[in-house]
Design a protein. Structure first.
Lengths: 114, 115
């Protein structure tokens, strides 16, 4: 079955540091890939997405590139802020089977210190 | 409405009791999803509605769990004979359709605690 593996957290960085959160997946065919973010006390929000190989999703300074060869979708940001502190979830959804459910990773907590 | 609304935000119930969790999706969103999130884990799929019908209920853990969406808008997740292992955050999400690349809008969830 489908699965998503994320690096374990927490990831603790100083403000303006470079961020990478690793995500790899196993799926049938070539799924659509997503990053969701959960800020403290809030619901999950879509951060960015990519629907085919080599696509780059970007939003709010975050980027992730769909790498078919390595089945990865790593999240990056060049300079993090304290306000980026949250839990980040990588997720996939199959395209070829018609299954509409998202499969999530277990989440990575990011803590940014001033 | 402006967002996905879930009620109640918190529910404490005794083992063996019946509970109902409500989800009010964004107006006009035809697809509605239920997920369950245990502490420290990612959300796990339970059931998906397209309109009034359950298009995929493969994530429901057993026959104590049931969900309805009778008019294609509000949905209710029903749990019978609750067990302590049912304690989790229950999330609802909706999307405008099921086309490629659609992301969901999630509600803030209902935290269910079975004591």
């Amino acid at each position: 079955g489908d699965s998503v593996t994320q690096m374990e957290g927490p990831v603790t960085l100083s403000e303006e540091a470079f961020l990478t959160i690793n995500c790899t997946y196993t799926a049938t065919g070539y799924p659509s890939l997503f990053w969701y973010v959960q800020y403290p006390g809030e619901g999950l929000q879509l951060l960015l997405k990519a629907t085919k190989a080599d696509d780059k999703g970007s939003n709010k300074g975050f980027e992730a590139t769909y790498r078919k060869e390595t089945t990865s979708f790593h999240l990056e940001k060049g300079s993090v802020q304290v306000s980026d502190s949250a839990v980040y979830f990588c997720a996939l959804r199959e395209k070829d089977t018609g299954r509409r459910a998202l499969t999530f990773g277990s989440g990575t907590r990011l803590q940014v210190q001033p | 409405g402006a967002g996905v609304s879930q009620t109640p935000s918190n529910k404490v119930t005794e083992k063996g009791k019946y509970v109902e969790l409500r989800c009010d999706p964004i107006s006009g969103h035809t697809a509605l999803y239920w997920y369950r999130q245990s502490l420290g884990q990612g959300p796990e799929f339970l059931i998906y509605f397209q309109g009034t019908g359950a298009a995929d209920d493969s994530g429901l853990p057993n026959d104590r769990f049931f969900a309805v969406r009778p008019e294609g808008s509000v949905s209710t997740l029903k749990i019978q004979r609750t067990e302590r292992g049912d304690s989790a955050m229950y999330l609802c999400a909706s999307s405008p359709g099921t086309g490629e690349g659609y992301g969901y809008t999630f509600g803030s969830g209902t935290r269910l605690t079975v004591v």
